[in-house]
Design a protein around this ligand. Structure first.
Ligand code: KIV
Ligand code: ZN
Length: 524
């Protein structure tokens, strides 16, 4: 018995993102990607990582073998049917893993036994006996799952689990394979199994729920209340059909409502966000913005009343701190529902000290902008303040006077002339295409090179004489400024957008009393 088993208040987290999660439509990870995820799961503090199903394919075998050898800190599990070749494949994949588990399963519901396995209940019982006996001769740590347990007959299920324990299983898993259970019923069901099997102390019960009715997390928590001490789950709730129980939701429910459940896990929850992003990026399956814990909006408040409350005390509308799950922080999304408090707070945060009247005008302009733009970014607010409040009459620092570009063989060449302070500055540069060359020439001319955070050019219609609308965002130190330029000549629109962003950088810097960092003339 390990330390973890002895602690009755500790819930083991068994992550199956790489096995059940990978069965999600579209999710197909290669060995290197799975290894990267497994390392991060281990650092997150997951107790068991189910790395794959070695008998399923050479790729899965390789993956379980590699993860078993290279990932430290978690037990690595491989899945197997009760068949000898599956169990031996799992052993071969994990024989040199420092901490390993075999996870053997067979279905126990009438519909699965009759229509899928075409086995009688006594034959299934025999499969459990031979499969688990072989598994326990090769592994110390043996998990047995009764697939489709929630639709199995209780007396038969108890018999099957008793047989698994007698044959050497150390973990008994109760899956709701098709997401059919409901929390109240599943609680009673799990309780009845645990009482009926009467397993010795060293055996722990596990739960594995699917989300077909959106109840996977609720059912997992019900099973934990009934006596399960291991929860099987996946990052972002990835998995077959509607997915598996989401790891981050189970873990945070146990943490935030420890007063109710009374359990802990060994996870460093501050790593949840980054692991979620990694899994989403590598699997290509996006996290819905409203997803609990890790969704982009999980800590975003748009309603004015909520924003007001959160500014006074985050706990008015937040039950956990964003930092507890590694999120970047509470975000007050500014839009048409936002109130004056949130707007003023953002202005302050952006470094402006406006008078009461200026703040009032800015708020009115902001509300108008919200009617045309769904999400108003910090850059939009800075632009609004720079253009409309701080220097409505001030001349721009730079205006485009003239430009020419030469393209064709070799790098493009641009020559730029800008009007400034009654004079002119001019410079030339080569670049990778006409826009790049023009931008380099501008940086040389103005001796400034802010970071180009975003750049796009769109046509304003689908005709060949369409205007090109260029948008850029620049950052210099803490200051972020957007710029827009429109022209039938797309190079000119890109140049105008850049110059308008540069002008705004100057206005914002002056308003904050800071100097923009000058740069030595970069090479032509
Ligand atoms: O959903 C399920 O029943 C499974 C088993 C293999 C545990 O994934
Ligand atoms: Zn499953």
């Amino acid at each position: 018995m390990t330390e973890k088993n002895r602690d009755k208040n500790r819930i083991w987290i068994f992550d199956t993102t790489l096995r059940d999660g990978e069965q999600a439509a579209g999710g197909n990870l290669n060995v290197a990607e799975k290894l990267q995820i497994a390392h991060r799961l281990a650092r997150l503090g997951v107790d068991v990582i189910e790395a794959g199903f070695p008998a399923a394919s050479p790729g899965d075998f390789e993956c379980v073998r590699t993860i078993g050898q290279e990932v430290q800190g978690s037990t690595i599990a491989g899945l197997a049917r009760t068949r000898e070749q599956d169990i031996r494949a799992c052993y071969d994949a994990l024989k040199s893993a420092p901490s390993r588990r075999i996870h053997v399963f067979i279905a126990t519901s009438p519909i699965h036994m009759q229509d899928k396995l075409r086995l009688k209940p006594e034959e299934v019982l025999q499969e459990v006996k031979t499969g688990i006996s072989l598994a326990s001769s090769l592994f110390e740590d043996v998990e047995f799952s009764a697939e489709d347990a929630s639709r199995s007959e209780l007396p038969f299920l108890i018999k099957v689990f008793k047989m698994a324990v007698a044959s050497g299983a150390t973990t008994l898993n109760i899956p709701d394979t098709v997401g059919y259970a409901t929390p109240e019923e599943f609680y009673e069901f799990c309780k009845a199994i645990i009482e009926g099997v009467g397993a010795p102390e060293h055996v722990i019960y596990s739960v594995h729920c699917h989300d077909d009715l959106g109840l996977a997390v609720a059912n997992s928590l019900a099973a934990i209340r009934a006596g399960a001490r291991q929860a099987e789950c996946t990052i972002n709730g990835l998995g077959e059909r509607a997915g598996n129980a989401s790891l981050e939701e189970i873990v945070m429910a146990l943490k935030v409502r420890q007063d109710f459940y009374g359990f802990t896990t060994g996870l460093d929850t501050t790593k949840l966000h980054s692991v979620s992003s990694l899994v989403s990026r590598l699997s290509g399956i996006a996290v819905p913005p409203n997803k609990a814990i890790v969704g982009a909006n999980a800590f975003a408040h748009q309603a004015g009343i909520h924003q007001h409350g959160v500014l006074k005390n985050p706990l008015t509308y937040e039950i956990m701190k964003p930092e507890d799950v590694g999120a970047s922080g509470t975000e007050l999304v500014l839009g048409k529902h936002s109130g004056r408090h949130a707007f003023n707070d953002r202005i302050e945060h952006l470094g402006y000290a406006l008078t009461r009247e200026q703040a009032q005008t800015a708020f009115e302009l902001f509300k108008k902008l919200c009617d045309t733009k769904k999400n108003v970014s910090d850059g939009d607010i800075s632009a609004l303040i720079a253009d409309e409040i701080l220097v409505p009459d001030q001349k721009n620092m730079y205006e485009l006077k003239h430009y020419s570009v030469r393209t064709g063989e070799g790098p493009a060449l641009a020559v730029i002339t800008l009007a400034t302070n009654g004079g002119e500055i001019s410079d030339a540069a080569t670049g990778n295409g006409p826009v790049d060359a023009a931008y380099r020439a501008i940086w040389r001319a103005i001796e400034l090179e802010p970071e180009l955070i975003s750049f796009s050019i769109d046509a304003t219609s689908d005709h060949s004489d369409a205007m090109g609308e260029a948008m850029v965002t620049l950052r210099s130190g803490e200051i972020v400024a957007p710029g827009r330029g429109v022209s039938t000549d797309i190079v000119e629109s890109a140049i105008k957008a850049l110059i308008s962003a540069v002008n705004r950088l100057y206005v914002i810097a002056a308003a904050r009393g800071v100097e923009l960092q000058k740069k030595q003339k970069p090479a032509a």
